[in-house]
Design a protein. Structure first.
Length: 123
């Protein structure tokens, strides 16, 4: 296991997030799982310092994080399973479901409470 320190710059952040993605599915009790937990903590600490969450509605927050990670609506659909629903949600035609909030919170690293705020749908 590589020795990790506090993340202080974008280069360290990139290395940490890349390694996290490599070991994301690590089995509980393994060295990789312990490393994953440490990386999740370090990444979260860095993100909180770097990016305070802007006051935007949940859909805008999702769009911002999609851009941050280079994701498309198709990437969200792969995780959720329904491209049509994703399109409706991103276009303010349908509200987020609890299942979507869980999936997108994890996938886009957005606190779930930021995705539960009220917002207006469009006709």
């Amino acid at each position: 296991m590589k020795q990790w320190f506090l993340i202080e710059n974008e280069e360290d952040y990139g290395k940490a997030t890349n390694r996290y993605e490599e070991i994301r599915e690590a089995k509980k009790g393994t060295e990789d799982h312990r490393e994953k937990l440490l990386l999740a903590f370090l990444i979260n600490e860095y993100e909180e310092k770097q990016w305070s969450i802007p006051e935007v509605d949940p859909i805008e927050m999702i769009k911002i994080r999609m851009e941050d990670f280079g994701y498309t609506a198709s990437d969200l659909a792969k995780q959720y399973g329904d491209k049509g629903t994703i399109s409706k949600v991103l276009n303010y035609k349908q509200p987020l479901s609890l299942n979507m909030i869980r999936i997108f919170s994890k996938m886009l690293r957005i606190p779930s409470d930021a995705l539960t705020k009220e917002y207006k749908l469009r006709a």
